[in-house]
Design a protein around this ligand. Sequence first.
Ligand code: NAP
Length: 433
Amino acid sequence: MRHIAVVGSGPAGYYTAEAAQKKFGDAVRVDIIDRLPVPYGLIRFGVAPDHQSIKGVHKRYEAVNLSDNVRFVGNVTVGRDVSIAELNQFYDAVVLATGAPADRRLGIPGDDLPGVIGSAAFVGWYNGHPDFAGLDPDLTGPGAVIVGNGNVALDVARILAKTRDEFLGADIVAHALDALDHSGIRRITLLGRRGPHQIAMTPKELGELGHLGRATPVVDLGDFPPIGEDALLEPGMRKSVTHLRDFAAAAGPAKDIAIDFDFFAMPVAVEGKDRAERIIVEKTRLDADLRAIGTGERYVIPCHLVIACIGYQTPPITGVPYEHGRGRFASDEGRILPGLYCVGWARRGPSGTIGTNRPDGYAIIDMIAEDLTGAADKPGRPALDALLDGRGVDIVTFRDWQKIDAAEIARARAGAPREKFVAIDDMIAARSV
Ligand code: NAP
């Protein structure tokens, strides 16, 4: 019997477990360990609450859990409750699938002022992540600035702009829905340090901005290169740019909220007395390598809220080699040290779709199978359970999660799929109801 520990129960973790089942069949036991009492990581806490069809992928992960050779071990923090060295003693392979749930700082003066937050915190707030449920972002408005031109920036702009009715069917948590309902934000500015041809937004997500009840995207055609150059873009990018051109051409009736796309716009400082009151932006141009270069021309946007949607990083774990510049574990295609691997965003950095993690998970299991040449003499689960029991750690099982899940579904407001518990204690308490 081979024993594999997967740390992290998001997409990368589950695809790795699924791949292990396929590769080793009944000759493997996989423990998926998560620091939270609830599974699915990015699916629960990252994917936007109004994108329920994307969240549906959790059904596939559930099927993995319902088999005998995989189990969920929730409420266990690796690095605190159990060390990597201990996991390495108990399991043939330890796979870090911890994702990239931490924000990167903007790195400009004033980025530590109250009112400046990262997308992990803001997204975690509206998705009910226990670490960020108490964030209480300043939605007094009228200005809010989003830094970055990726899909997370789009998620954040859309969530800030939607009406209560537009969240019908979404699992946005009640505290966020209520706060957004009273939001005074009327102008959302998306700062892209490069141009429309350099965005990291995908067409479907960008297209959604054109159909909002009370918000209109505002785009300046003057920022675009000649239209003939669109033909040189890869098809997905061309579609996205076409959406932007359509936004620029649309002269529909003005709505309550404007979503301004400021291209060639690089934040250089956030200013304010005791809190964010304005952001200073420098206009840019592109050099020959398509990098943004400041032109010296500056302007000011008044705002109480600045949300940096500039990508994420993987939190380091003591003793695990780490690439500080890239914000991910240091590995050779996923091999960190003998018996220790990483997969998904913890290996590659935060790029690609949920589906990208599937081939990643399968590849790491092929690698592990190749490396497993020694005797199959690791103790696996019983050793972990004995150690955690001795340390008084209260494991949350998949059966427990099913009870928490049922409790969340039972307390959903009308039209919503669930009302998430946002405090760890409440999650744990719900399993005994
Ligand atoms: P991303 O796609 O890497 O976009 C980051 C953006 O931030 C880029 O526009 C980047 O500009 C900009 N940026 C980085 N550092 C900056 C700085 N210091 N100042 C100003 N701008 C800066 O990251 P993301 O939006 O966090 O998304 C992460 C991944 O999740 C992506 O693969 C994304 O597609 C995926 N995702 C998908 C969906 C969906 O499919 N519905 C939803 C959310 C996220 P440069 O290009 O100039 O570096």
